[in-house]
Design a protein around this ligand. Structure first.
Ligand code: HEC
Length: 176
């Protein structure tokens, strides 16, 4: 039985400095065994932000390339303030690095929900309807997320000076 009060999880999600909160409130009990399965730490992220193994793109994807997708797709709902029931804004680089839940950051959750096509959320009755990401959009956003969402290339984007990366076959949807 681990000493890990769920209150800590909720609290950590509320403050901007989740890591600090954890340090202050971590119970003084020596933890044994492997890392917690729900710790959400980006274990597989290469420290140089590049990668190249396990299907991770070896070409660095800049934040302002991923931001094209945030700007043109996600921000229809993930505005500041958010619209259509979205839980938080995804406008700035800082928005993507805020705590999501416990020790997990928003970009780590983004990686999961974009990979699974849960996001962008479809079927909410918007006109025009929200569609799946194109292969180029998904390859760009996933490429940046798989590199652990670095500030590569600067974080002050104007939405016009970058382009999407080419389609990565891993993200091509069957039947278009
Ligand atoms: C049509 C509006 C809409 C669009 C477009 C949209 N989202 Fe969302 N998003 C939502 C709503 C609503 C929720 C809350 C869903 C829920 O909790 O079931 C959500 C939740 C999320 C969450 C949290 C998921 C969770 O399990 O708590 C993430 C991360 C996210 N969106 C990322 C994205 C990204 C990245 C994009 C663009 C690729 C995007 N969203 C596009 C409406 C949208």
């Amino acid at each position: 039985m681990r000493l890990r009060p769920s209150a800590l999880r909720g609290f950590a999600g509320l403050v901007a400095l989740g890591a600090v909160a954890c340090q202050e409130h971590e119970p003084e009990v020596e933890r044994r065994g492997p890392p917690l399965p729900d710790s959400g730490s980006p274990a597989s992220c290469p420290s140089d932000g590049a990668g190249g193994e396990g299907g991770v793109p070896s070409v660095p994807v800049r934040f302002c390339q991923a931001e094209i997708v945030l700007r043109t797709v996600c921000q229809r709902c993930h505005q500041d303030p958010p619209l259509h029931g979205a839980p938080f804004p995804l406008v700035t680089f800082e928005d993507t690095h805020k705590p999501y839940e416990g020790e997990k950051l928003r970009w780590e959750r983004m990686k999961e929900v974009v990979a699974s096509d849960f996001m962008p959320l479809r079927g909410s009755g918007l006109d025009p309807p929200v569609d799946y990401l194109t292969c180029e959009q998904k390859s760009t956003l996933m490429g940046w997320l798989e590199q652990c969402a670095p500030p590569e290339g600067g974080t002050d984007c104007d939405g016009t000076s970058e382009t999407l990366v080419a389609c990565d076959e891993r993200w091509r949807r069957d039947g278009g």
